[in-house]
Design a protein around this ligand. Sequence first.
Ligand code: NAD
Length: 447
Amino acid sequence: MAVSTNIKFKNCLIINIMQRKIAVIGTGYVGLTSGVCLAYLGHHVICIDKEKAKIERLEKGSIPIFEPGLDDILKKNRAKIEFTTNLKEAIEKSEVIFICVGTPSRSNGNIDLTQFKKAVRSIAKVLGGYKVIVDKSTVPVGTGDWTKKEIAKYYKGDFAVVSNPEFLREGTAIKDFLEPDRIIIGSEDEQAKEIMLDIYSSINAPKIITDIRSAELIKYAANAFLATKISFINEIASVCERTGGDVKRVAEGIGLDKRIGKSFLNAGIGFGGSCFPKDVDGLMEVAKKKKYNFHLLKAVAVVNKNQQQKFLRKIKATLVKTKGKTVAIWGLAFKPNTDDIRKSPALEIIRQLLKSGYQVRAYDPVAMANAKKEVGTVKVRFCKNALEAARNADLLALVTEWPEFSEMEMVRVKKIMRQPHLLDGRNLFEPQEMKKIGFSYEGIGRR
Ligand code: NAD
């Protein structure tokens, strides 16, 4: 995908800053973006990962994830970045340590803090002198306090813990990091607050200084609220389907109200990815542990699950007989502009279709390799382009709204399909246009 090589950030003006020595633990979507962007801000960064192969790739200048613009900004700031698997050495050389490891959810909704706790203990064992330990991973409220206690078991000197949750979105990660809506700094240590403000001094965004617990909750509350907006509009879509309204028009009509806002009002097959589902579950679990029943979030999760099931029911209602019927899936990533397939609705839909006996052909511009690892190549035919996936299909299901799909010549697509059924899970196409071409078209909350 072509990405501008001269990215400019209007709210990020590199001024004469004091170069800080920063270690970043974890080179995933958040860690690598944070490391590279902190170097762009002028700091010296040591990126650490436990996976040797990842570090070797990064040392050669090859990015292990798909994130538009990341390779370019890395190349331009390479002199300020080191990559290593040697955590001890990296921590000894740094004054600030960012933890950016994964915090996935367990099947019961609880957050799995194994990676996080391991990272904290590894830091604690090698600390020497005052250092600031910054948590960027999304962790349940109280984890910062646990971190302080745990480090104090191993290290008797002075240190500080900061919660600095990350709000970047995959696909626009660099812009989100360098031009955020706000920066949250949760700490009870005055020196650490000053260091954090200094690190981000080039970024012109509101900086909210708060206690650690509030900072931890801000991240969960933000994601839970955005997920709530998505489930709300999906409920409105279901009402539209029963009443004849068009959810796109309804979303436009309510979104122009500044109190509501336009974003996150796209009806579809529900949210996925590595953050929203786990953060909704995580916040519910936090509330449950404190004997609070978070009724609203429970409904958000149920609505989200139902959206996928409704989509599957639509496929099955269209292709009643499964024998010899082929469904083409356009899009495998959980959203456009990323290769991330974690909790992607596409994969669950594929699994259910295979279970029901349909043949599946699939295509995604960048997430095919990850999807192949997840669902295997035996049952799913992964195609080299969108047209090939649609060829001889009985139904085309649009699952991820990649720009490439909206630019397709749909007349040609219709011609090569065995039956012209189009199920648009992201309301990417205009119903009337598709019907004019000859598709039997169905979107979400619009016909
Ligand atoms: P990820 O799984 O892509 O990356 C985690 C990385 O940490 C991996 O490369 C892993 O090898 C490495 N790692 C784990 N334990 C380690 C250790 N002890 N030492 C060195 N390396 C170690 O995860 P991610 O998507 O970048 O998310 C990281 C955190 O940020 C999570 O808490 C997530 O909820 C949060 N977050 C993610 C996003 C997003 O869009 N992905 C956005 C905001 C916040």
